[in-house]
Write a protein of this length. Sequence first.
Length: 189
Amino acid sequence: MGNGSWIQEESSFHFIPKTQNPDTHNPNHMDMAKVRIRNMSADDLDEVIKIERISFPTPWSEEMFRAELRSPISRTLVAETEGNGGAAIAGYINFWLVADEFHLNSIAVRGKLKRKGIASVLMREMIRIARRRGCVHGTLEVRRSNLAARKLYEKFGFTMRGVRPRYYSDTGEDAIIMWVELDEQEGID
């Protein structure tokens, strides 16, 4: 990433911008220096589940998140923001690392913090981790109607590669299969 760098402190990562972000005139923009990415723990479940329930028509259960925390192939990260009351979970991302591939399972941001760049920070961190683990491509499924998510994924080089008809059992909606080749994404790490 050309406008900053990531630093690691124990099991968390912080984005440190090189210069003031050019989008500071945008009232919806959040200062990314105030966003911290770290591994999710069981202590985060209550807040993550609140975000999950607001974000998806068929949310994951607490046990599903616990299973992801135990799985050796799964990574779940949270984005924290600093505010008057201290750190608060702003969003999360869950993905699998299998051989030379990563698979994005879920990403969500707290409603009032959407469209402030937090999902992009989470996506960049997932890609950085995947590259370090030797992944060369990634996949995901997204609802056909979720144009905002599809636009986010396209920003990171994902392209449509197929359709899973009636994939989502709650609505019968199709899933768009998206794919990215990491070697084509030189600027994202």
